[in-house]
Design a protein around this ligand. Structure first.
Ligand SMILES: Cc1cc2nc3c(=O)[nH]c(=O)nc-3n(C[C@H](O)[C@H](O)[C@H](O)COP(=O)(O)OP(=O)(O)OC[C@H]3O[C@@H](n4cnc5c(N)ncnc54)[C@H](O)[C@@H]3O)c2cc1C
Length: 377
C-alpha cells in the first residue's frame, strides 16, 4: 500500500482526504501547522458548479439547507451612487443538484472533516524540510521525521513546501492590494452584489438562510516591504478604520455602520507556475497557484486540483500538472482582467467599462467562454 502525506488541513487537503478515504490502495496522513481547526469563523466563500459537482460526490447535497445559499445572479453596481450597471444570470450554469453556492468557509471545513478519522489529522505539525531519497523524508518542527511515497503540498498561499522546493522563486508576491472582510446582518439583496469604485471594489452576498451576509473588499494599496511582512500592521484598529472609512466615503452605502467584525489582510499571489522535478510531489490549491481574488475561483480550483491528483494516483497517469497548468493560466488571465476592470477610476474609462459590461453580460457566447468553460469540468 502506498502512503501519502498531505501537508495542510485546508480546503484542498481535506477534499483529497475525503477521496482517499473511499480507496483501499492508499493510506494517508494530514499534517497541519495549527493546533486547532477554526470551525467558528463566520466569513463566506463562493463555490461555482465545477466544485459543487465534485463536493456532491462526497455528500455535499445533504448539507443542512439553512447553512447554505444559492444565489441566482451577480449584480454589478457603481459604488458611489448604487446605480445598477448590469447582472449575470448564474442559474444558467446550474445543472440539477449542482448549483452555484455560497456559505461560511467554516461550514465547508466542518463538512469536509466529517468523514476523516481524527487520528489521520496530525495537528501542530509545521513542515520544515523535505529530502527526496528513495522515499520522501519529511521533517517537522518538533524534530519528527516521517517517510512517504507521495507528498501533496496543500499548505496554502504561504506554502512552506513550495519554498523548500524552489527557494525564493516559490514564495508569493504582494499584489499591491489589501482585503477587508466582515459580516453584515439583514442586507436588502438576495444575490451576489459587486460594487465598483475607484481603485477598490466590494462584494456582499448571503452565506446562509439566516440573513447573514459576507462583506469582502479589495483595495489597491502600495506598501513598503516591512509593512506587508508585519502581521501586527494589519491588526491595527486605525488602519482598519481608515480603510472602511475610505471606501464608505466613496459610496452611498454606509459601510461603517453595517459591516461588523472587520479584519484586514494583505493579498499575496503566486509569481509563476512551478512544477517539482520529483514526480511523486504534487502542489495543489493556493500552494500550486494563488490567484488575484476577483474571480472567486480559489476554493473551487483547490477542490478541482485535489480531484485531479486523486485521478493521477488512482490511474497511475501523469496528467495532473498538464491539466492544472492549462486551467490555471485561463483563470489567472480572467482574474487579472476582472481586477483591472473593477478598479478603473477615470470617469471616461468607467463609462466605457460599464457600456462593455452591459453588452458582454447579455452575450451568451461570451459568457459560455468566459465563465461556462471554467465552471464545466
Ligand atoms: C480575500 C479573499 C477572498 C476569497 N474569496 C473566495 C471565494 O469567494 N471563493 C473561492 O473559491 N475562493 C476564494 N478565495 C480563495 C480561497 O480562500 C483559497 O483559494 C482556498 O482557501 C485555498 O485552499 P487551500 O486548501 O489551497 O489552502 P488553505 O485553505 O489556505 O489551507 C492551507 C492549510 O495549510 C496549513 N499550513 C500552512 N503552512 C503549513 C505548514 N508549514 N505545515 C503544515 N500545515 C501548514 C494552514 O494552516 C491551512 O490550514 C478568497 C481568497 C481571498 C484572499
Amino acid at each position: 500500500m502506498k502512503n501519502i502525506a498531505i501537508i495542510g488541513a485546508g480546503i484542498s487537503g481535506l477534499f483529497l482526504a475525503n477521496l482517499l478515504e473511499k480507496n483501499d490502495f492508499f493510506s494517508y496522513k494530514i499534517f497541519e501547522k495549527k493546533n486547532f481547526l477554526d470551525l467558528k469563523d463566520g466569513y463566506g466563500i463562493q463555490l461555482s458548479v465545477n466544485s459543487i459537482n465534485l463536493l456532491n460526490l462526497i455528500g455535499f447535497k445533504n448539507m443542512n439547507a439553512s447553512d447554505i445559499y444559492f444565489p441566482k445572479k451577480v449584480n454589478f453596481f457603481e459604488a458611489k451612487n448604487l446605480k445598477k450597471i448590469c447582472d449575470i444570470d448564474l442559474a444558467q450554469f446550474n445543472f440539477e443538484n449542482n448549483r452555484y453556492t455560497t456559505l461560511k468557509r467554516s461550514k465547508l471545513i466542518e463538512f469536509l472533516l466529517k468523514n476523516i478519522p481524527k487520528d489521520k489529522i496530525i495537528l501542530n505539525s509545521d513542515l520544515t524540510d523535505i529530502k527526496c531519497k528513495e522515499k520522501l523524508k519529511l521533517y517537522f518542527g518538533d524534530n519528527k521525521l516521517e517517510e512517504f511515497n507521495y507528498l501533496v503540498a496543500a499548505d496554502g498561499v504561504y506554502s512552506k513546501a513550495k519554498e523548500i522546493l524552489f527557494n525564493k522563486a516559490g514564495s508569493p508576491k504582494y499584489f499591491n492590494s489589501i482585503a477587508i472582510r466582515g459580516n453584515i446582518n439583514n442586507f436588502n439583496d438576495s444575490d451576489i452584489s459587486i460594487y465598483l469604485g475607484p481603485n477598490f471594489h466590494f462584494v456582499i452576498y448571503p452565506i446562509n438562510q439566516n440573513n447573514e451576509y459576507n462583506f469582502i473588499s479589495i483595495i489597491r494599496k502600495e506598501l513598503i516591504d516591512n509593512e506587508f511582512k508585519n502581521k501586527e500592521f494589519f491588526r491595527d484598529k486605525e488602519l482598519i478604520n481608515n480603510l472602511i472609512n475610505h471606501i464608505s466615503s466613496k459610496s452611498d452605502l454606509n459601510l461603517v455602520d453595517i459591516v461588523k467584525e472587520i479584519k484586514c489582510f494583505p493579498i499575496f499571489v503566486s509569481k509563476n507556475i512551478k512544477i517539482p522535478d520529483n514526480k511523486n510531489i504534487f502542489l495543489t490549491g493556493d500552494a500550486f497557484y494563488s490567484f488575484p481574488p476577483s474571480f472567486a475561483q480559489g476554493a473551487s480550483q483547490s477542490i478541482e486540483g485535489a480531484n485531479e491528483i486523486f485521478n493521477d494516483l488512482k490511474d497511475k497517469s501523469s496528467n495532473y500538472y498538464k491539466i492544472r497548468t492549462s486551467k490555471t493560466k485561463k483563470i489567472n488571465n480572467r482574474s487579472s482582467i476582472n481586477h483591472f476592470a473593477f478598479h478603473l477610476s477615470n470617469p471616461f474609462n468607467t463609462f466605457i467599462r460599464n457600456f462593455i459590461l452591459k453588452k458582454l453580460t447579455k452575450n451568451k457566447k461570451f459568457l459560455e467562454n468566459y465563465l461556462g468553460s471554467i465552471y464545466n469540468i
